[in-house]
Design a protein around this ligand. Structure first.
Ligand SMILES: NC(=O)C1=CN([C@@H]2O[C@H](COP(=O)(O)OP(=O)(O)OC[C@H]3O[C@@H](n4cnc5c(N)ncnc54)[C@H](OP(=O)(O)O)[C@@H]3O)[C@@H](O)[C@H]2O)[C@@H](O)CC1
Ligand SMILES: Nc1ncnc2c1ncn2[C@@H]1O[C@H](COP(=O)(O)OP(=O)(O)O)[C@@H](O)[C@H]1O
Ligand SMILES: [K+]
Length: 516
């Protein structure tokens, strides 16, 4: 399923209407009917029966016109329906004027809301609200009467079904204007809009239901939409990953690759422990866990299934004393390298990373996480060494901000474009972590993940992901496959783990590994 911007949606609508010849009124009819169905389904679930009394808040554009169609279908289904116009319907044009006339001819009761000066809306007379104020044509913060209606609707406590986007949402980024509708359900027409799948927008949208309205599916591909929901179908159809694939009988541990996890130092040995265990649960045949020599003794036996390897560390117990050449030598014969969790920082770490990257087989796939990303951020010229190699970078927003040279809010404001920009400019696969993790490929495709939960906001959850992605790389997955499949699996495991806990807040990173 593709995810679109407002502009992409306008281009798709235009192609459907002008190039293919589907009348706009047909699309609108399908949209309004779908909204009425979803509205009744929502309240049937919540109250044990469909809400009987609906108030449709209608703006002056096509989103409002969709709302008028929905009002008509709700009426036909036996509901009482009122309309509150946010603008004088006498000024409506095009399809909105057509729908206004149909609603009037049917005798649907309507008021033109004039703000605090005009007649009040008696919200208690209704059981539910349809938000048809603003859709993909919205610009900036809702103004005047639109803003007043949004505030009152939110304050009413009634369940709100938003058409296409909650009014007040920036549909391209997921940022919220003030005010913004807080919907229980958003019925996205034809495609999910980007703002519905990134926070805080995803929170304002409630449950997002995508409904077909008669737009041919191939149009999104034709106009070049390159953002996708990361689900089982996308994994199979776009990324060539079968999540349910079983192992062939005639295989052995050598079939499934050998991952080298270079992670952990004295104060952060647990990071390496989690990555190594996650790599094993991720299914690779062999895991070698490389640590500074002094850590071998205390860590020996902690992950019995992995081979632990001590690199000479000048007796420091951290990576500052480890020669990059010793680590690159250890990668010989391995199928993937994970570098970063619990690595630490030290004077001269930039030169260290540069030398390490220069010494690695260019064909060796690598995962860079945590401090290896912070080192990279301090020496942007080293990122050129990544170009063209099979690399997956897994920053959280703080690491991403350092890498890209922006502040965290600049990254979070448009996570999809921030990830895409970095991945294409540096020719790497980039995983921007956090709620609704974004995976961007060097070609500019972006996958938005929906698995995972806030219980995973716990130390070490990222180390688990790095080990898992490394494990998938070692098994021969491409960087794009390993990153996307790894992110999806990691979130799904987090969901299973959270379901097995009395509260999601008690989830720890090790639980995610056990649920893999
Ligand atoms: N195209 C199609 O065929 C199909 C489209 N579909 C539907 O159409 C929706 C897009 O419709 P749209 O393009 O008419 O824009 P829409 O979101 O209704 O709002 C624009 C109006 O609001 C106003 N306005 C803007 N910002 C504002 C603000 N901050 N505060 C206050 N007012 C503001 C602006 O007025 P202006 O400022 O320009 O005078 C303009 O008149 C889409 O989401 C889907 O629901 C489906 O039916 C399928 C077929
Ligand atoms: N609210 C959330 N919803 C879904 N996933 C989350 C949430 N919070 C954190 N995660 C996931 O948990 C992991 C945390 O990684 P990171 O921030 O690197 O933690 P750490 O450095 O402690 O290991 C990431 O994969 C992230 O996407
Ligand atoms: K809306």
């Amino acid at each position: 399923m593709r995810i679109v911007t407002s502009e992409e949606m306008r281009n798709i609508d235009k192609a459907a209407i002008e190039r293919i010849g589907i009348p706009a009124l047909v699309l609108m009819e399908n949209a309004g009917r779908a909204v009425a169905e979803e509205a009744m389904r929502l309240t049937a679930q919540a109250h044990g029966g469909p809400a009987k009394r609906w108030l449709v808040l209608a703006g002056k554009g096509n989103n409002g016109a969709d709302g008028l169609v929905a009002a008509r279908h709700l009426l036909e289904a036996g509901c009482e329906v009122g309309i509150a116009y946010a603008a004088d319907p006498a000024g409506f044009r095009g399809e909105a004027a057509v729908q206004r006339d149909i609603a009037a001819n049917l005798g649907l009761p309507a008021v033109v809301y004039a703000g605090s000066e005009g007649d009040p809306i008696y919200w208690t007379r209704y059981d539910g609200i349809v938000d048809a104020l603003l859709g993909t044509g919205s610009r900036g913060a809702p103004a005047g009467v639109y803003a007043a209606l949004i505030r009152e609707a939110n304050a009413s406590g009634l369940p709100i079904v938003a058409i296409d986007t909650p009014s007040g949402l920036d549909a391209d980024t997921g940022n919220l204007h003030d005010p913004c509708i807080r919907a229980a359900r958003t019925v996205a027409l034809a495609y999910a809009k980007r703002g519905l799948v990134q926070y805080p927008g995803a929170g304002a949208a409630g449950e997002v239901v995508v409904r077909a309205i008669g737009i041919p599916a191939r149009l999104a591909e034709q106009i070049g939409v390159r953002t996708f929901a990361l689900d089982e179908r996308t994994l199979r159809e776009r990324l060539g990953v079968d999540p349910a694939r079983a192992r062939e009988a005639d295989t052995h541990k050598g079939t499934y690759g050998h991952a080298l996890i270079a992670a952990g130092s004295r104060p952060m040995s647990g990071a390496g422990l989690l990555s190594a265990r996650a790599a094993l649960r991720g299914g690779c045949g062999l895991v070698t866990w490389a640590v500074p020599d002094r850590l071998v003794e205390p860590l020996a036996g902690r992950v019995p299934e992995a081979m632990i390897y001590g690199l000479p560390d000048e007796e420091r117990g951290d990576w500052s004393g480890v020669a990059p050449a010793a680590l690159s030598q250890l990668t010989v014969g391995k199928d993937a390298l994970v570098l970063g969790p619990g690595l630490g920082r030290w004077a001269g770490d930039g030169d260290w990373l540069r030398e390490l990257l220069a010494g690695l087989d260019p064909a060796l796939p690598i995962v860079l996480d945590a401090d290896s990303l912070n080192i990279l951020a301090d020496m942007p010229e080293a990122s050129a060494q990544l170009c063209g190699r099979r690399a997956v970078l897994t920053p959280h927003p703080g690491e991403m901000a350092r890498l890209a040279g922006f502040a965290v809010p600049d990254i979070q404001r448009d996570r999809i474009e921030a990830a895409r920009r970095y991945a294409t400019q540096h020719a790497v696969t980039l995983v921007l972590k956090g709620a609704r993790t974004v995976v961007a490929t060097p070609e500019g495709d972006v996958y938005v993940n929906a698995t995972g939960n806030p219980g995973m906001a716990t130390g070490g959850a990222g180390d688990v992901l790095a080990g898992l992605v490394g494990s998938l790389l070692a098994q021969g997955r491409t960087p794009d496959q390993a990153a996307a499949f790894g992110v999806w699996l990691h979130g799904a495991a987090g969901d299973r783990a959270a379901a097995g806990r009395p509260t999601s807040s008690s989830l720890v990173a090790g639980d995610i590994i056990e649920a893999l």
